[in-house]
Write a protein of this length. Sequence first.
Length: 73
Amino acid sequence: MLRAISVERTYPLPAGLPVFLYHGTDDETVPTAHVHPYAQAIPQASVRVLADRDHQLNNDLTEVARDIRSISA
């Protein structure tokens, strides 16, 4: 069951704060569709849906590292 994010339990994020959400298409623990409500709740979020990756992204954090480097540059 997909639950809505409670507005009462959210806190504003600083303006300009980059947020990245990652989800693997082969995740058997959490359906890919679950990432989209979070993206809607966090307007500045960038969603990375990674093809053929499982719940642990196949232990490949290449895209995560690339995103971290992009904000520290």
